[in-house]
Design a protein around this ligand. Structure first.
Ligand code: SAM
Length: 235
């Protein structure tokens, strides 16, 4: 009998766990391969808390909930081990850019893209810096940022990257009233307007903002400030 390596095991289990989802079989196979690569890399260096096929499948399912709303070109801020950016690049085929400031995670994302033959761009830098670069700023039709910060923080990181008409898709569990109020106050400051939330399973929802006008040049503020002093949020 041919023995499977740990990453092949995870890929195999993941393929089974994803079987119930209405996915193209090629997409399912590539998602499973991604899960295997993530598990293997995670065993060597800490990329994500999702360590086994079950946990990775949960992250894949969460990420896929965003797929119907992704428009190209698409950017994911703070991609970490590839959620939701790699999953959505695989599932939607949209031209994708991943912004990830931790070097080893950015390198993993480049390696995964190469292994899967995915043509995506990885920017190994902070979104505050990417958001000031000509050719990157104001160029995207949709943006995600999962588990990267409070709503006002991720709004400040994504709004400068969106073109006018682009949409920020921010997946959240419960949103505290103070955070929601801060997001509503911060929106017009950043050129955004809130759209209706999209309810997902349980408490999970996609909080959405459309970019209506150019984001003022003073945003994003310098690296670290959007998370240290989130707009309109008193902490
Ligand atoms: N989005 C992934 C997920 O849902 O599993 C990773 C979440 S992890 C908690 C947050 C990630 O965002 C980390 O990999 C961190 O390096 C990255 N990050 C945090 N702030 C960032 C910023 N300002 N610009 C780019 N990446 C950032």
């Amino acid at each position: 009998m041919v023995e499977r390596t740990n990453d092949e095991d995870v890929a195999h289990q993941l393929a089974e766990l994803l079987e119930a989802l209405a996915l193209d079989s090629t997409v399912r196979a590539r998602l499973a391969r991604f899960g295997g690569l993530l598990a293997a890399a995670n065993a060597r260096t800490n990329l994500t808390a999702a360590r086994d096929a079950g946990a990775i499948a949960e992250h894949v399912r969460d990420s896929l909930a965003l797929a119907p709303f992704v428009r190209a070109p698409y950017v994911d801020v703070g991609s970490g081990g590839g959620f939701p950016g790699i999953v959505l690049a695989l599932a939607t085929g949209a031209a994708t850019t991943l912004v990830e400031s931790t070097g080893k995670k950015a390198k993993f994302l480049v390696d995964v893209a190469r292994a899967l033959g995915l043509e995506l761009r990885v920017l190994p830098q902070r979104a505050e810096d990417a958001g000031r670069e000509p050719g990157v700023r104001a160029t995207f039709a949709s943006a995600t940022a999962r588990a990267v910060g409070s709503l006002p923080t991720v709004m400040e990181l994504t709004a400068p990257l969106l073109a006018v008409g682009g949409v920020a898709l921010l997946q959240r569990a419960l949103v505290e009233p103070a955070e929601r109020a801060a997001a509503e106050d911060a929106a017009p400051i950043l050129g955004l307007r809130p759209l209706e939330d999209i309810g997902l399973e349980g408490d999970l929802r996609i909080v959405r903002f459309i970019k209506e006008t150019e984001t003022p040049q003073r945003f994003p503020r310098r690296a670290g400030v959007p998370s240290k002093r989130p707009l309109c949020l008193t902490v």
